[in-house]
Design a protein around this ligand. Structure first.
Ligand code: NAP
Length: 273
């Protein structure tokens, strides 16, 4: 569908942003829904997020995704934040409510949606999350909100790890991989570090001590099969890759902006193709 005078615009701001898969995912959704919408990648240099949001308001842009390194700046620059964006201090989504811009964060909800789509309910599970950055924080909060029995954060920087664990409230805690009981007592292991991304073949954690019923999930989606997922599969464990989170966090944005049900199959096909 070619843009027309009626076309409504959405996009992603980041720096750099040319590599983003979000235009593929969102435009596939618009095509599947027959919507005269267009989603573009908008490179915004550091320090210009507030300007970009003024532009969003003036131009009537319907919604913006926000990616690295702008999530904290976007949360600070919007008129209001949802509870998730406020707690995380980071917005990956901006939507318009009339003249007001609202920051939201769909990363954690999208992650849990991706587990549920595979028939994996985090409720009651003992979870170990590797990493204490933006993605880990969103996942930790969402796992706790979904009823996880415990959420233990393992991070290189202990201060950042403890801050992430706090987002899980009373079920949160910190741990270390050299604790022999940590993985032996885990039902879900999540890699939220960049270990295993691209050409990096570093194993984020050895899945050997995990119990047989444990699920291993990796937020890294390039490559699709990470060293951690390979090692977990070699042990016969159930695995979940990062593509599902990517698609489901976008699906939540699409619902917020268009009010339509997300065509998940088309969105998934766009990123898998
Ligand atoms: P981030 O904010 O930069 O955080 C990275 C985290 O990984 C930090 O806690 C850092 O530890 C840790 N880390 C980095 N290098 C490490 C190393 N060599 N050894 C041990 N720990 C290391 O990044 P992010 O936004 O959270 O993203 C993390 C990963 O998740 C990325 O690979 C990204 O692609 C992926 N992700 C996927 C999705 C999806 O939709 N599937 C969404 C978001 C992110 P310190 O705190 O000690 O520095």
């Amino acid at each position: 569908m070619m843009p027309t005078g009626q076309t409504r615009l959405a996009g992603v701001i980041g720096w750099p942003v040319r590599h983003s898969r979000s235009p593929d995912i969102h435009n596939a959704a618009y095509r599947a829904l027959g919507l005269d919408w267009l989603y573009v990648a908008l490179p915004v240099p550091p320090g210009r997020v507030a300007d970009a949001l003024v532009g969003m308001r003036a131009l009537g842009i319907e919604g913006l995704s926000v990616t690295m390194p702008h999530k904290a700046a976007a949360a600070a620059a919007v008129d209001a934040c949802t509870a998730d964006a406020a707690a995380l201090g980071a917005a990956n989504t901006v939507r318009r409510e009339g003249e007001r811009l609202v920051g939201d964060n769909t990363d954690g909800g999208g992650y849990v949606d991706s587990l549920l789509a595979e028939g994996i309910d985090p409720a009651g599970r003992r979870c170990v999350v590797l990493g204490g950055g933006g993605a880990a924080r969103a996942v930790v909060r969402a796992l706790a909100a979904s009823g996880a029995a415990s959420v233990v954060v393992v991070n290189r920087d202990p201060g950042r790890g403890a801050a992430a664990a706090e987002l899980a409230g009373p079920v949160g805690g910190v741990g270390a991989l050299d604790d022999p009981g940590l993985l032996a007592g885990a039902d879900l292991l999540v890699n939220a570090t960049p270990l295993g991304m691209g050409d990096d073949r570093t194993l984020a954690a050895d899945p050997a001590p995990l119990p047989e019923h444990a699920v291993v999930s990796d937020l890294v989606y390039h490559p699709r099969r990470t060293p951690l997922l390979d090692a977990a599969e070699a042990r016969g464990l159930r695995t979940v890759g990062g593509i599902g989170m990517l698609v489901h966090q976008a699906a939540r944005q699409l619902v917020a902006w268009t009010g339509q049900e997300a065509p998940l199959d088309a969105m998934l096909a766009a990123v898998e193709g």
